[in-house]
Write a protein that binds this ligand. Structure first.
Ligand code: SF4
Length: 575
């Protein structure tokens, strides 16, 4: 049976324990959120010894199930003050699962100012002195750790932002090529790891057995159909592999929902310059990689390697939300400079959404001119240098807004808005307001029904149907995160009834269960209940579920406003 590995970061000791019956059937986000609710005092300071940082593979992680290698990372968020689950690719999830580790829980914090690394192997767990790595960027960390431990190991690390415990700090993960482009990005979890003085975690599954499957033939049959479903859908089988998530730049711009100049309009005149099509053409010319997976077994392969004009590596995992945050949001149209900022964020360990929105808020306050990509790059470099201005940037958009004295700061629960305007994609607006995570598009991706016509069609500009859609998507997403599946499986699952059944078939074949699709829905609901309960205990109320006043401004080109009442919004949280 899988065990929970606890590491005391103060004593540098570890212990394995058998999971108690109430958590034995949980994985991924279901497990991180349950453990946080049960074990972390909701009132604690997120950087204190009482917070815990939890890494949990999904229920299907480590098996051959397509796109099942995602990892949930959870803690009390230093950015929002609420519960956080941040979801990532990379190599760690599958390796932890194969080592029989259901969750890795980092506890306590050291008194001395010295970093350690954690090395987990089949027969050993070590906490080793690692102050030699202080200040090392994530890219160099992976290089050095792969030289030391071999290129098969999974690596999770923090950069200078996490070391400084900045609230936009993320935890970066090596992808299969050793690039740091994968991250548990949102909510400042890198700061929690920095507070516990853990610079990196190395996971080596060498010698581990394959994950036992209760009914291998049934699993294989379901996975075959599952793979066909993922690769035959137009979004997951064609759009994402061809252009990555940046395929959305032109789509969202065309829909009039691409937030431009700090959410003043929904169309960016230079959208084509920063589009997925332009990105793919540059990759083609410069010898990068158009399509690759963030972990072995991904069949959608939305990631890529983006080179500069001299064909040298610039960045990887170059996402739509990143391109938007440093692009349209800041009126920057130079895709290569946006890639440079993505690279700096990967190296310093900064959430690209939070940081791009922060740069736009700095422009709003007149710190640097709108559209000045060179000035933005210089600002970002201050984070790596530990400069006081870098600390303002690295603490996110709300902090920057206060520092600059501006009143247009797009955050919910102090977390920056992602790349979809809530007045033109109203289901996503409901998600921003009501998810326990703070403004987060992935928590209930209403773009599907509002814009992409996946899983039905709901008018993105009106209220009708959008609270219900957001609620349903939040439930489904929580369950997908618990399974360890990539969120992008939702496109075919929403369009094809057999999709959810195939997930259930794989779970049943792996564990010898008789789950129904309704059990999966109930799992999603129970996760959300746990998360809302933690936030309630932390002091969140209905007023924390409001969007900022700036969204009452009329938003061109559709000239819509954010017009939901508190009572209407509350229905998305009524389970
Ligand atoms: S589709 Fe993209 S995000 Fe999802 S698992 Fe594959 S590479 Fe990672």
């Amino acid at each position: 049976m899988s065990r929970i590995l606890r590491i005391n970061t103060k004593e540098k000791t570890h212990s394995f324990e058998t999971p108690s019956p109430d958590i034995r059937a949980l994985g991924g986000r279901a497990l991180t959120s349950k453990l946080i609710l049960n074990e972390v005092p909701a009132s604690c300071h997120p950087l204190s010894r009482l917070n815990k940082l939890i890494f949990a593979p999904g229920l299907l992680s480590g098996t051959p199930a397509a796109n099942s290698g995602r990892l949930s990372v959870g803690a009390k968020s230093p950015l929002t003050g609420g519960i956080k689950e941040s979801n990532t690719g990379g190599l760690v999830s599958q390796k932890l699962a194969r080592l029989g580790i259901k969750a890795l829980v980092l506890e306590d914090k050291p008194e001395e100012d010295a970093f350690s690394i954690i090395v987990i192997k089949k027969d050993s767990v070590e906490v080793l002195p690692a102050d030699e790595y202080r200040g090392v960027t994530n890219g160099d960390m992976i290089t050095r750790l792969w030289e030391r431990f071999g290129k098969r190991v999974g690596v999770a690390s923090i950069g200078p932002a996490g070391e400084q415990r900045l609230t936009a700090a993320c935890i970066n993960f090596a992808d299969p090529k050793g690039h740091p482009g994968r991250a548990a990005g949102r909510g400042g979890l890198g700061a929690v790891m920095g507070a516990k003085k853990i610079k990196a975690i190395v996971v080596d599954d060498g010698g581990a057995e394959r994950i036992p499957l209760h009914d291998p033939e049934a699993f294989k049959a379901a996975n075959k159909k599952w793979t066909e479903l993922l690769t035959s859908h137009p979004v997951s089988g064609q759009g994402l592999p061809a252009y990555g998530t940046a395929v959305l730049v032109n789509i969202i711009n065309e829909a009039g929902a691409l937030p431009t100049k700090n959410f003043r309009s929904g169309r960016f005149d230079y959208a084509q310059d920063i589009s997925g099509e332009t990105m793919a053409a540059n990759i083609e010319k410069r010898g990068g990689v158009i399509s690759e997976g963030c972990h072995p077994g991904c069949v959608i392969r939305c990631s890529q390697v983006y080179n500069d004009k001299d064909n040298n590596y610039l960045t990887s995992g170059f996402e739509y939300e990143t391109i938007w945050a440093f692009g349209a949001h800041c009126l920057i149209k130079d895709l290569d400079d946006i890639a440079r900022m993505d690279r700096l964020c990967d190296d310093f360990g900064l959430d690209t959404i939070e940081t791009g929105v922060t740069i736009g808020v700095a422009m709003e306050g007149g710190l640097i001119p709108w559209g000045d990509s060179k000035a933005a790059i210089e600002l970002l470099k201050k984070v790596g240098a530990g400069d006081p201005m870098g600390k303002i940037i690295g603490n996110g958009a709300a902090f920057m807004g206060q520092a600059m004295g501006v009143d247009r700061v797009p955050v919910v629960k102090r977390q920056a808005f992602p790349a979809y305007d809530p007045r033109a994609v109203k289901a996503v607006g409901v998600t921003y307001a009501t998810t326990p995570m703070g403004a987060d598009h992935t928590a209930g991706y209403g773009v599907c029904q509002n814009i992409l016509h996946v899983g039905g069609t709901i008018d993105p500009l009106k209220k009708e149907g959008n609270v219900e859609i957001s609620k349903d998507l939040q439930i489904a997403t929580a369950a997908i995160d618990a399974a360890g599946l990539c969120l992008f499986v939702a496109f075919p699952v929403l369009d094809h009834a057999e999709g959810l059944q195939l997930i259930v078939d794989m779970l049943n074949a792996q564990y010898g269960l008789s789950l129904t699709t309704n059990d999966v829905v109930q799992l999603g609901i129970s996760i959300l209940k746990d998360e809302h309960e933690f936030n309630r205990l932390a002091g969140f109320t209905a007023k924390d579920d409001r969007l900022p006043d700036m969204f009452k401004e009329v938003f061109p080109p559709h000239n819509t406003v954010w017009d939901f009442t508190d009572e209407e919004i509350a229905k998305a949280k009524a389970f």
